[in-house]
Design a protein around this ligand. Structure first.
Ligand SMILES: Cc1cc2nc3c(=O)[nH]c(=O)nc-3n(C[C@H](O)[C@H](O)[C@H](O)COP(=O)(O)O)c2cc1C
Length: 359
């Protein structure tokens, strides 16, 4: 069974939910590891005050007993503490009394670059809030929780996933943008070490590891570009400059360069996996762009609501979670196992068979 992740939850609804299926039984999960990643997602230069009012914590509703997975669907919940200010506005059932609190006025001023206009047309909505609440990147808290679980599984086979921001001078760019009531984006990088050759496959598009990583990252809010290894830069090189020569020593096969970012033909090649994602500037602007009122059709300025100036550091944590989940999914497909011991035994036998040493 492969790993799957299903998430549910609105930005100011009661909670976010992540359901992970396909985990082997017997995997020890650390609550602090999951909450540490949730906290990392909330931090970073340029985030809005919401991150201070909410310290995300995890509740586990199913699939775990005494800290060990049961091999059954794992259900994780992250409560939205801010929901207390939105109990009328985001009530799942027709609210009694009111209107009161946040979300009581319908939003009719769609923001360029957000889900607002496409969402109301697609789903036949009259209040943009019905679209933006799910489109919002608050949802990435559920992704990060699932990614932390995936990292736990990967750690068992010596795979480590880390992320960083690669855009220079980000704090300065953020300060300048904030002063001008604007927003910025940036580029993040995820690296995974210890990945054995053979995750993913060239057999079908669906199995290609590069395609799966690109899908996972592109499926994240505000990501507009993904590159594997030297990516776009490779297009300007000659073949003799672009490919990583194959060397063999007592440790097995290895490369001196890693322009392919650890993936050839959709399959991990035993080198470090290197993936980058480009984030666009956030669309909610304190100095809004031109828009049109949905009720009157008249020209208007787009919605202004509390928002980040930048969330690039947060995206790095989310991207790390996305890459971890895809690598764990590919590893689970390759090594199988209902129980962790079986997964580990298959991995052990495989890495003993192939001429490769971890890096
Ligand atoms: C971690 C993270 C935080 C974000 N925070 C904000 C925000 O505060 N304000 C905003 O307008 N967009 C924010 N976004 C981006 C929007 O969610 C995104 O641009 C929007 O959903 C439209 O989707 P698209 O950019 O993929 O087209 C954030 C994205 C991420 C990944």
């Amino acid at each position: 069974m492969t790993l799957t992740l299903t998430t549910a939850g609105e930005s100011h609804g009661p909670a976010l939910v992540a359901i992970v299926t396909g985990l082997p039984a017997g995997l020890v999960l650390e609550r602090t590891a999951i909450e540490n990643d949730l906290r990392r997602r909330q931090q970073g230069y340029g985030r809005s005050p919401r991150q201070q009012i909410e310290t995300d914590e995890i509740e586990v509703l199913a699939g775990l007993r005494h800290g060990r997975t049961l091999g059954t669907p794992l259900a994780l919940v992250v409560l939205n503490r801010d929901h207390k200010n939105w109990t009328w506005g985001m009530s799942p059932w027709p609210p009694e009394g009111g209107p009161e609190g946040k979300g009581k006025e319908p939003v009719t001023l769609p923001r360029p670059g957000h889900a607002d206009l496409a969402g109301v047309m697609k789903y036949d909505l009259s209040d943009v809030r019905d679209a933006l609440e799910r489109a919002s990147a608050r949802h990435t808290a559920a992704v990060v929780a699932a990614g932390a679980v995936a990292k736990g599984l990967l750690a068992e086979i010596g795979v480590r996933v880390e992320s960083s921001v690669v855009t220079d001078d980000l704090e300065k760019r953020i300060d300048e943008a904030r002063a001008e009531r604007d927003t910025v984006g940036g580029v993040v990088e995820v690296r995974a070490t210890g990945v054995p050759p053979g995750l993913g496959s060239y057999a079908t598009k669906e199995e290609r590891l590069d395609a799966r990583l690109a899908w996972a990252l592109m499926g994240t809010q505000a990501v507009k570009g993904v590159e594997i290894g030297d990516g776009f830069g490779l297009a300007a090189l000659r073949g003799s400059e672009a490919h990583d020569e194959i060397l063999r020593d007592e440790g097995g096969y290895r490369r001196e360069t890693n322009r392919a970012g650890g993936i050839e033909a959709g399959v991990s090649n035993g080198e470090e996996i290197v993936v980058r994602a480009a984030m666009k500037p956030l669309p909610t602007l304190m100095k809004p762009l031109r828009s049109a009122d949905l009720e009157t059709g008249e020209p208007a300025q787009a919605l202004v609501e509390r928002s980040d100036v930048a969330a690039v550091e947060a995206l790095a944590v989310v991207a790390e979670a996305c890459v971890a989940f895809e690598l764990a999914r590919a590893a689970k497909e390759k090594f199988g196992g209902d129980a962790l011991v079986d997964f580990m035994a298959a991995w052990q036998a495989y890495v003993e068979r192939i001429p490769w040493s971890a890096r």
